[in-house]
Ligand binder design. Sequence first.
Ligand SMILES: O=C(O)CCC(=O)C(=O)O
Ligand SMILES: [Fe+2]
Length: 226
Amino acid sequence: MEELPIEPRGIFWQSDFITVDHEQKLLQKFRHELQWPDSKGSSARLSLHYGYTFDYKTFGVDPDIPYKTFPDWLEPLIPTSEGRPPEQVCLQYYPPGAGIPPHVDTHSPYDQLYALSLGAPVIMQFRLGDQRTDVDLIPRSMMQMSGDSRLHWTHGIKKRKRDTLSDGMIRLREERWSITYRWLRKEPECDCGDEKLCDTAQRRLGIEREYRWKQQNDDSAIPNSS
Ligand SMILES: O=C(O)CCC(=O)C(=O)O
Ligand SMILES: [Fe+2]
C-alpha cells in the first residue's frame, strides 16, 4: 500500500484490491443473498458484523454476542498485511444519499483500521479544526487509516444526493458498500494524548480531575492547627 501525499498523513491506499468481476459477484450477493437488518423503510446506512462485536459501554468485546465466523466470501477480502486476521469486520450498505457523521473510531480498543469500498464512489471528508480534506473512495480500493488520519482527524461521509468533485464535476450518489476491518490492541489503551478525540486521554483526564478534587477536599478536611 502507498501513503497518499496529503494532509492528514497516515492514509495508505491500494487501488484495485479486487477485480471488477469479483466485485460484481460480491454485489450480487450483497443485494440478493445477505440478510440485512430491517431498514423499516428508512434510507439510512445498514450494518452487518462479523467476528467479535464491540461493546461501546466497556470499550471491549461484547461478551454477550457470540463470535460470528467470517463467511467464505469474506476470506479473500481480508488484508494480510497485519500478519493475522482482524478480530472485527463490518459490512455496511449506504443507499444513495446516506452518510456517516464525522467521527473517530474509538481509540482504545483498536489501532489502525482498513476499509474496502465497493459499488459507487463517494467522497469521504477528513476534518481537523477548520481544515477539510476530501478523499474520493473509489470502488475496489482498500484504504488504511493510521497515524494522524486515524487518531487526530475525524472522518465522515456527508448525507447528500450528489458530491462535487475537485474538478467541479457533480456526481450523483448511488449504492455503495464498504467493509471495515479492525484488529484489537493487546491492551485497550491509546497513548496519543488527544483530549478532544481520544477516549483513553479523556478517561485519564477524568481520573486526574477526580483525584485533584479529592485532594482538595481532603486538604480542606485537615483541621486548622492555629
Ligand atoms: O464506509 C466507510 O468507508 C467507512 C465507514 C466508517 O468510517 C466506520 O465504519 O467507522
Ligand atoms: Fe470510521
